[in-house]
Design a protein around this ligand. Structure first.
Ligand code: PXP
Length: 256
């Protein structure tokens, strides 16, 4: 399938650095503008319950000033729902923040939390936000996403990326990657749009970007970390180039 692989740049950790001192520097909205200029298709920001990085004011400003789509990451809480319904972001990604909301590996327990999550998927969809669920590469979670009426899943790549750092050639690394490939294929079969993210780096992005049914990658921490050494523009451009190269090798060069 020929499909442009979108890059969502997560700017949370620009805010983490700002908040280490308080004040206004570095400004996540400036980072978002720079990301757009460097080839990001969208901006991702997670307003956490404890506001440890992104603030309410950041979300206000991103909504008002961004010219590319905002993917609003949120826990399934009444407070976050009210904020999302007010801002009507292009996309809303439901993520776990508390232990009881997660599966053992860290994705949202869409299957176990079915009754609780339904209201969120429905209300966000009603205001026009494209809802995604951040889940493990597990068929049970994908089926739950369908049952909930979510059009998109984001596959958690954290376990794969951790295994890769430990040993790129280990059986565990290979198993994790195969689970993501299988889940992406299953998501497509179920009619779900498939995104992926968490922990991706220059070394791991290619093996995920090459999976043809993956439509979007969301990447943050590594890009902000690399920006310390080479600048944000350069880290995003390099990531974008690696994604495009992998996708082109898979026979799905950028078509949009
Ligand atoms: N996708 C989701 C749903 C996330 O919550 C995050 C941030 O934890 C990311 C992607 C980006 O992960 P990272 O910052 O490790 O690149």
């Amino acid at each position: 399938m020929k499909r442009h692989l979108r890059l969502g740049v997560n700017i949370d950790h620009v805010a983490t650095i700002r908040n280490a001192r308080g004040g206004v520097h570095p400004d996540p909205v400036r980072a978002a503008r720079m990301a757009a200029a460097a080839g990001a298709d969208g901006i991702t920001a997670h307003l956490r319950e404890d506001r440890r990085h992104i603030s309410d004011n950041d979300i206000e400003r991103l909504t008002a000033e961004l010219e590319i789509p905002l993917n609003f990451e949120m826990a399934a809480t009444e407070e976050m729902l009210a904020i999302a319904l007010r801002h009507r972001p292009h996309a809303a990604c439901l993520v776990p923040e508390r232990r009881e909301e997660r599966t053992t590996e860290g994705g949202l327990d869409a299957a176990g939390g079915h009754n609780h999550l339904m209201e969120y998927v429905t209300k966000l969809s009603e205001v026009g936000s494209r809802v995604s669920l951040f889940v493990e590469a597990d068929p049970v979670q994908l089926e739950a996403a369908v049952a909930l009426g979510a059009p998109v899943v984001e596959l958690h790549t954290g376990a794969y990326c951790e295994a890769f750092i430990e040993d790129p050639e280990s059986d565990r690394t290979k198993d994790c990657l195969q689970r993501i490939r299988d889940a992406a294929a299953f998501a497509e079969k179920l009619g779900l749009e498939c995104h992926a993210g968490h922990g991706l780096t220059f070394d791991t992005v290619g093996s995920i970007a090459v999976i043809p049914s993956v439509a979007e990658l969301n990447i943050g921490h590594f890009l902000v970390g690399e920006a310390i050494f080479g600048g944000l523009d350069s880290s995003i451009r390099r990531m974008r180039a690696l994604m495009d190269k992998a996708r082109a090798e898979a026979g799905g060069a950028r078509s949009a």
